[in-house]
Ligand binder design. Structure first.
Ligand code: C5P
Length: 233
């Protein structure tokens, strides 16, 4: 995998038209894009088809969670779309249904262990009797045992999760900020270089690229940082 293929630009934008302008500005500086609720529920899915036809890879970040049959049918549709990654919540039934439905297609399933906006108190309010770190570790083991392709995690969690899941699962980390960039609403941030050194395989970056005066240069600078980190391994 090249350093450029490790950067996933989050297209947190309101329409396919706006996203298309951004992808054109970024040009060949990025090859992988993430599409979440905002764009998908506007006109993002036809837009995704265009991206894939243009040779880009797409990460559909819709965090599926439903009864197994419904998850499986949704996964089959996303696989037909030609997406590369799809997120599901890390509940055993959901992960099992998703991995079985994706098998044999080019689609890889990523599990979200515990949303990073949750702390121990939020889990207690939601009816859980364990804390975040315990639940993350338990779900990471379950994800590994169920054959999930990767996990979405903060760069700070990457080293600990790598010990649990080994080398076979990919770790995809948001909350990335190049040195000197604004942290926005991200509380735990890491530079691209440090995140790769901590064991991340892919970096998800939104605002530092989307809001840059020159999005192409911003994406290229992140790719350069990834390259530097890899060259030190
Ligand atoms: O703009 P920024 O770089 O903060 O965007 C990060 C992207 O990663 C957003 O699409 C956000 O929804 C997503 N994300 C995150 N933290 C998580 C999981 C996903 O920031 N724990």
């Amino acid at each position: 995998m090249t350093p450029r293929e490790r950067l996933i630009v989050a297209l947190d934008l309101p329409s396919g038209a706006v996203a298309g302008v951004m992808v054109a500005k970024i040009g060949d500086a990025a090859t992988f894009y993430k599409v979440g609720y905002q764009l998908a529920f506007a006109d993002g899915l036809p837009f995704v088809r265009g991206l894939i036809t243009a040779g880009k890879q797409v990460f559909i970040d819709l965090k599926l969670h439903d009864i197994g049959n419904t998850v499986a049918k949704g996964v089959e549709s996303v696989a037909k779309l030609g997406a590369t990654f799809l997120t599901v919540h890390a509940y055993p039934q959901t992960m099992k249904a998703a991995t079985e439905a994706a098998r044999g297609s080019g689609l890889k399933i990523l599990a979200v262990t515990v949303l990073t906006s949750y702390d121990d108190n939020d889990l207690a309010t939601a009816g859980y009797r364990c804390g975040v770190s315990e639940l993350v570790a338990m779900r990471a083991k379950q994800a590994r045992d169920l054959g999930i392709d990767g996990l979405v995690c903060s760069a700070e969690e990457a080293a600990a999760l790598r010990k649990i899941v080994g080398k076979d699962l990919v770790l995809v980390t948001p909350g990335i900020r190049p040195a000197g960039a604004a942290s926005d609403d991200q509380k735990r941030i890491m530079t691209p270089e440090k995140a790769i050194a901590a064991g991340a395989d892919y970096l998800v970056v939104g605002r530092p690229v989307l809001e840059a005066a020159d999005p192409k240069a911003a994406a290229q600078a992140i790719v350069n940082e990834i390259e530097q980190s890899k060259s030190r391994e």
